[in-house]
Design a protein. Structure first.
Length: 402
């Protein structure tokens, strides 16, 4: 059951008056001519030749060179702006990307030209990791510094929302429907169903660095622990009666980079092979790590993983992502309202006992040393060096600092 606690309140940033909300995402190509330039942006500084990039480009080429993420973000931006307006909060919701137009720096420059000085960033990533949180904070920090606007603008960021009601509920509904569909296909024979919660693999070094260094997390990683917490919450809410005879696991997909660099495992396709050997009758794939049905979901799950299931003779269903589900859009609006001064803000609810994530991250949170870097990159939404974090509750239920 979700609850507001002292830990959630202690992690809150004081409400502010913001001039705009900026939905911030990864970006993607809009046509065939965009594919290689986009992939060069994604892999900038890694020295990957175009011949290698063309191997990845086939995913986009097969879709006309268009990433689904752009249309999905446009739809989410419009839905969120309408939801906020319906609540009487007339604030523009803009859209900015890391790797393709509209670029973060261009949007920051445009905001300054329009007189918008205080921005609230909302990333399309629910979990804590370098690429999912800190890199967005760095994107804006670098943009402000390079544009010479660090002293003229304030940019804050909404905390990671993996445990929010609006994010969790669509997966609960999806799992219920997915279980029913697989059981219908199995018929009277029935059998054990595997529920695989799928998320993007990341290098194990990034996983271990996720979250503040001073905090202990399950399996040594905030990224992994957060996914496990959400998976267990989803299973609990679906309940044993609807789950029936089942097994479940957290699996990973979409790894890239040199094979000698360890990434989180097991891979979803390897897990499916093992499940078939164990005699599982059917599979429900739950894309727990993703906000929308972008290319990694469409290709790696709908194409590759479901093809693996078909080859293995496993009836399988991939459940929807949150997308523009009304509960998700309303949940994002709640997150914005919690940060806006003068609002009767919704409570800071968390599906996890640890409370909601930090509005302002620790300096050592999700740190990654980039190739060629001479020092840490500028960031936004960061606590001052040495300022303590609320990390636990004492026996009286009050925040204990460390």
């Amino acid at each position: 059951m979700s609850a507001e606690n002292a830990l959630s309140r202690a992690r809150a940033h004081a409400p502010e008056h913001y001039d705009a909300v900026v939905l911030s995402s990864f970006g993607g190509p809009e046509g065939q001519d965009d594919v290689l330039p986009f992939l060069r942006n994604v892999t900038k500084g890694r020295g990957i030749p175009d011949e290698r990039l063309e191997e990845v480009a086939t995913h986009y080429r097969a879709n006309g060179g268009v990433s689904p993420i752009n249309a999905q973000n446009r739809a989410l931006r419009s839905a969120l702006e309408a939801e906020l307006l319906g609540r009487g909060l007339s604030v523009p919701v803009l859209w900015a990307n890391r790797n393709w137009a509209p670029y973060v720096a261009d949007v920051v420059r445009e905001c300054h030209a329009r007189g918008l000085r205080k921005l609230l960033v909302l990333a399309t990533s629910a979990y804590s990791s370098y690429s999912g949180c800190r890199q967005y904070r760095e994107d804006y920090g670098v943009a402000l510094e390079e544009l010479g606007l660090a002293d003229e603008m304030q940019v804050d960021k909404v905390h990671q929302y993996y445990d929010s009601e609006g994010f969790v509920q669509p997966f609960v509904e999806g799992l219920r429907e997915g279980l029913a569909q697989v059981r219908d296909r199995l018929g009277a024979d029935g059998g054990r169903i595997a529920v695989l919660f799928c998320t993007h693999s990341i290098p194990t070094t990034d996983a271990e660095a996720s979250g503040p260094a001073r905090m202990d997390f399950e399996e040594g990683s905030a990224y992994v622990a957060q996914h496990l917490a959400v998976a267990r919450t989803v299973l609990e809410r679906v309940g044993p009666e609807e789950l029936g005879d089942h097994t479940w696991d957290l699996v990973y997909q979409s790894r890239s980079g040199p094979p000698q660099v360890p990434w989180l495992e097991p891979d979803v396709n390897d897990a499916l092979e093992e499940l078939a050997e164990r005699g599982v009758a059917g599979v429900v794939l739950v894309p727990l790590g993703f906000v929308s049905d972008h290319m990694e979901v469409k290709w790696d799950l709908d194409m590759e993983a479901l093809e693996t299931c078909e080859r293995l003779g496993l009836p399988a269903v991939r459940t929807p992502t949150a997308g523009t589900h009304p509960a998700f859009v309303a949940g994002l609006a709640d997150l914005v309202e919690q940060r806006v001064a003068g609002r009767a803000a919704p409570p800071r609810l968390s599906a996890c006992a640890e409370g909601t994530w930090f509005d302002d991250c620790a300096p050592d949170c999700c740190v990654k040393v980039l190739r060629g870097a001479t020092g840490p990159r500028p960031t936004i939404a960061q606590r001052p060096q040495g300022e303590p974090l609320p990390v636990a509750l004492d026996e009286a239920g009050e925040v204990r600092w460390s």
